[in-house]
Design a binder for this molecule. Structure first.
Ligand code: FE2
Ligand code: FE2
Length: 275
């Protein structure tokens, strides 16, 4: 992926072409927010079909529509992938389903039970279960693999590995928060680690979750990582990104061990009613 992308586009309004494989293209289509905590929305255009990866906040919906219209008719959007239930990356599904109730929502069962609460009047939508269908073959022949990333940070979080482009849509993993945002990472990776630290140490459950996720990439080549927040990590930094997660302490790794002695006030049978 060319770093020219960072200077070639107007990030306030353009759809940004990231990967072009003829019948299979990947675009960045948002966000317009100038805050440090901004969410990336991606679009896969496969032949005539459009799949949105993490459709973003309701406040982004109109901007996302405008960007997508630059590259394809909105009626060809048939699927929305949901990494996990957080409103900053998911709540616009309400608006998308209002526009087209036939859109299929792709996510894990654990996430699906929660996102139903976004929908007014409990209306049903078409659901693609990533646990029972771990892959999806698109019209062009490109295969998307759904790789769970439990507790990173949501229990039902699931990522996409695009076999055709070797792209990993990683959700909140490798998410970064910074005011000096660039879509394609240019800075040296050590600086980027600082931008990722806040999010990972605070949100990801534990180092064990990182390692359980990383093992998935023993035999899968990844040439670029597209997270929900922050910058896209290109090939030269992919292994540095793996290394970063491998030993990073996160979440409950920072909690202290509480001994039985400290908890001795919890006495067995204390609440039993005595006659
Ligand atoms: Fe999240
Ligand atoms: Fe997120």
């Amino acid at each position: 992926m060319n770093k020219d992308i960072n200077t070639k586009y107007d990030f306030n309004k353009d759809a940004v072409l990231l990967i072009d494989k003829g019948h299979h293209k990947i675009y960045w289509v948002g966000t317009s927010s100038s805050e440090a905590f901004k969410s990336n929305i991606y679009l896969i255009k496969d032949k005539r079909e459009g799949i949105i990866i993490d459709c973003g906040s309701r406040s982004e919906f109109q901007n996302t529509l405008k960007r997508i219209k630059q590259v394809m008719p909105i009626r060809y959007i048939t699927k929305i992938f949901v990494n996990h239930q957080d409103p900053d990356v998911t709540s616009a599904m309400v608006d998308w389903l209002e526009l087209n109730p036939d859109i299929e929502i792709i996510t894990s069962p654990n996430t699906n039970v929660l996102i139903q609460h976004y929908i007014p009047d409990g209306k049903e939508y078409r659901y693609f279960n990533t646990e029972t269908n771990p892959t999806l073959t698109l019209d062009s022949g490109a295969v998307l693999e759904f790789i769970p990333s439990p507790f990173m940070h949501a229990p039902g979080a699931v990522t996409i590995y695009n076999r055709h482009t070797k792209t990993l849509f990683s959700g909140d993993i490798w998410a970064a928060i910074s005011l000096e945002w660039k879509l394609i990472l240019e800075d040296d990776f050590d600086k980027h680690k600082e931008d990722m630290d806040f999010f990972h140490k605070g949100y990801i459950a534990a180092n064990k979750a990182n390692r359980n996720f990383l093992i998935n990439f023993k035999d899968r080549e990844v040439t670029n990582i597209m997270p929900q927040h922050g910058s896209i990590i290109t090939q030269e930094n992919v292994y540095k990104a793996f290394e970063y997660l491998k030993d990073l302490k996160c979440g409950i790794d920072y909690l202290r061990d509480i001994s039985d002695e400290e908890l001795s006030f919890i006495v067995k049978g204390k609440n039993e009613i005595k006659n």
